[in-house]
Write a protein that binds this ligand. Structure first.
Ligand code: BEZ
Length: 220
C-alpha cells in the first residue's frame, strides 16, 4: 500500500480498516459526512489518554456538525478495547468512536504517519476530510503536546461556513481581532470586481479596509 502521501486537496485514499467497531471501508463509510481521522503513538500512554477523553467529551458537538471521529494507532484491536475499558472504569468516559487497529502499520505508511526515527509508532496527526472525501486539512503534533479539540471543532465550523457562503475565514474566527465574527470575501480578481466591491461598500453590504480586504456578516 506504499505510495505518494496524501496532501490537502487529494481524495482520501480508499482502504479497508479493522476497527473496534468491525471492518470498515474508508472513505466510503463516511460518504456525505465530515470525518476526522486522528492517529496516536500508542494505547495506554498518558497524553493519548487525555486526548481520547477530550475527543469523547466533544463527541456530540462533532455529531451536531455532521462530523464523525475515527482514531488510529499501530496496536491490535484487543489493546484498543482494553484501553477503552480502562478509560471507562477509571475516568468514566465511554469511547463511542471507532479506533483503527493498524497492527501491520500498512495504513500508517499510506497516510505518512510513521516518523522515520520511529518505525513502530504513529505520530499525532489529524486528517480533516469533507463529505466529498477530499482531505481539507492535515495537522501534525509532537509526542509531548496533546491536541486542542476546540481548534479542531473551530476548523470544521470554519470549513463549513467557508463552503456554504464561498468566503474565507479570518484568524481566530469567530473572535478575530479586526473583524470579529465576520467573514472575508475572496480577493477581487479584476477591475470590474473592484468596482463592484466599491458599490457594495456604498450600499452598506460589505466593509473594506481596502478593495483586497473586504468583509461582511455571515448570512446565517
Ligand atoms: C503519551 O501519549 O503520553 C506519549 C506517547 C508517546 C510518547 C510520549 C508520550
Amino acid at each position: 500500500m506504499e505510495g505518494k502521501m496524501p496532501l490537502i486537496g487529494d481524495k482520501f485514499p480508499e482502504m479497508e480498516v479493522n476497527t473496534t467497531h468491525g471492518v470498515k471501508k474508508l472513505p466510503a463509510e463516511f460518504q456525505g459526512k465530515w470525518f476526522i481521522l486522528f492517529s496516536h503513538p500508542a494505547d495506554f500512554t498518558p497524553v493519548c489518554t487525555t486526548e481520547f477523553v477530550a475527543f469523547q467529551k466533544r463527541f456530540s458537538e462533532f455529531k451536531e456538525l455532521n462530523t464523525e471521529l475515527i482514531g488510529l494507532s499501530i496496536d491490535q484491536v484487543f489493546s484498543h478495547l482494553k484501553w477503552e475499558e480502562w478509560i471507562e472504569e477509571n475516568i468514566g468516559e465511554k469511547i463511542e468512536f471507532p479506533i483503527i487497529a493498524d497492527g501491520t502499520g500498512d495504513i500508517a505508511a499510506v497516510l505518512g504517519l510513521i516518523h522515520p526515527a520511529s518505525s513502530t509508532s504513529t505520530v499525532r496527526a489529524v486528517f480533516i476530510v469533507d463529505p466529498m472525501s477530499t482531505i481539507r486539512a492535515i495537522l501534525y503534533y509532537p509526542a509531548e503536546l496533546g491536541r486542542n479539540i476546540d481548534e479542531i471543532l473551530r476548523m470544521i465550523k470554519g470549513f463549513q461556513k467557508a463552503d456554504e457562503e464561498s468566503v474565507a475565514i479570518p484568524a481566530n474566527w469567530p473572535e478575530n481581532e479586526l473583524i470579529g465574527d465576520r467573514v472575508i470575501l475572496p480577493p477581487a480578481s479584476s477591475q470590474k470586481k473592484i468596482m463592484e466591491r466599491k458599490e457594495q461598500v456604498e450600499k452598506g453590504e460589505i466593509e473594506c479596509y481596502d478593495w483586497w480586504l473586504c468583509h461582511r456578516d455571515v448570512k446565517k
